[in-house]
Design a protein around this ligand. Structure first.
Ligand SMILES: NC(=O)c1ccc[n+]([C@@H]2O[C@H](COP(=O)([O-])OP(=O)(O)OC[C@H]3O[C@@H](n4cnc5c(N)ncnc54)[C@H](O)[C@@H]3O)[C@@H](O)[C@H]2O)c1
Length: 254
C-alpha cells in the first residue's frame, strides 16, 4: 500500500518537541522527506533521531528563530535546497505569553503577536514561490483560542494572534488557488505537550478540570493532531482549502 505522503518534501516548524515532533515522525512514516527547525538544538536533534529510528528521513536545523524575518528567509532557502523543492509547509511553531487583562504588558502583547502570527507570515511569504511551482499545501496551526475565549488565564494576545492565523489562512487559500496552493488551518484543543505542560498541565488537577469540559474522557495528544495534519497534507484532501479544522475533544461543541 502506498503511503499518504510518499516523496513529498515537508517543511515543519517547531520540531523540537510537542506537535512538531509528532508531525515529523508521522509525516516521515507516511513517506515524506521532512525538513524541520526549532529554537532549540537538543530537542530538535532528538526528533531527528526519533524519525530515523522510525525509518524516516529528516533534516533538522537549529537554532533557528523564525520570528526574525531574515532568519526565516534564510531557513526557508536552506530547507528548500535540501531536496530542491517544497511540497508542504506546516507552520506549527509558536510561543505565547499568557497574562490576564489589564496586566498584559505592551511588550508581552508584541512578543505574542510576533511569535505566533508574524512568523507564520514570514515563513509562508518566503516559501510561497517554491509552493507555487508544483501546487503545494500550507498548514497553519491555529487553536480553539481563535474561536472561544477562556476567562482569567491571560489569553488576549494569544486569542488575537490565533484569530489572525485563521484570517491569514483564508487569504493564503484565496491568493494561492490560482497557483494550485491549498491552505488549511488546524485548531487543536487542549493537547498535552511540553509547551502546555509548562503553561498549564503542571498545575495539580488541571488535566481533570479540562477533561470535565470535554466530550472525550482524555485530553489531546500530539499524535492526534499529527494524524489530522498528515491527511490535510495529502492528496486525499485535494478538495480541502480555505477552512479551519477543529480537533478539540468536543470543547467548542458545548
Ligand atoms: N498544546 C496545546 O494545548 C495547543 C492548543 C492549541 C494550539 N496549539 C498550537 O500548536 C502548536 C504547537 O504547540 P505545542 O503545544 O506542541 O508547543 P510546544 O511549545 O510544546 O512546541 C513548540 C515548538 O516550537 C518551537 N518554537 C517556538 N517559537 C519558535 C520560533 N520563533 N522559531 C522556531 N521555533 C520556535 C519551540 O521551541 C518548541 O519546540 C502551536 O502553534 C500552539 O500554539 C497548542
Amino acid at each position: 500500500m502506498s503511503r499518504r505522503l510518499d516523496g513529498k518534501v515537508a517543511l515543519i516548524t517547531g520540531t523540537g518537541g510537542g506537535q512538531g515532533r509528532a508531525a515529523a515522525i508521522r509525516f516521515a512514516q507516511e513517506g515524506a522527506l521532512v525538513v524541520g527547525c526549532d529554537l532549540f538544538e537538543e530537542g530538535n536533534q532528538e526528533t531527528v533521531e526519533a524519525v530515523k529510528e522510525a525509518g524516516g528521513v529528516m533534516t533538522g536545523m537549529a537554532p533557528v528563530n523564525l520570528s526574525d524575518p531574515q532568519v526565516a528567509q534564510a531557513w526557508v532557502e536552506e530547507a528548500a535546497a535540501v531536496h530542491g523543492r517544497i511540497d508542504v509547509l506546516y507552520n506549527n511553531a509558536s510561543s505565547p505569553k499568557f497574562v490576564p487583562m489589564p496586566d498584559l504588558s505592551v511588550e508581552d502583547w508584541q512578543y505574542t503577536i510576533h511569535n505566533e502570527l508574524d512568523l507564520v507570515f514570514y515563513v509562508t511569504k518566503f516559501a510561497w514561490p517554491y509552493l507555487a511551482q508544483r501546487g503545494g499545501v500550507i498548514i497553519n496551526t491555529a487553536s480553539t483560542s481563535a474561536h472561544v475565549a477562556t476567562a482569567g488565564v491571560g489569553m488576549a494576545a494569544h486569542c488575537a494572534a490565533k484569530g489572525g492565523v485563521l484570517a491569514l489562512t483564508r487569504v493564503f487559500a484565496a491568493d494561492g488557488g490560482a497557483h494550485g496552493i491549498r491552505a488549511v488551518s488546524i485548531s487543536p484543543g487542549a493537547i498535552k505537550t511540553p509547551g502546555s505542560i509548562k503553561e498549564f498541565f503542571h498545575i495539580p488537577g488541571a488535566e481533570e478540570a479540562v477533561i470535565g469540559q470535554l466530550l472525550t474522557n482524555r485530553v489531546g495528544l500530539p499524535e492526534d493532531i499529527a494524524a489530522l495534519a498528515a491527511f490535510v497534507a495529502s492528496d486525499e484532501a485535494s478538495f480541502m482549502t480555505g477552512v479551519d479544522v477543529l480537533m478539540d475533544g468536543g470543547l467548542t461543541a458545548l
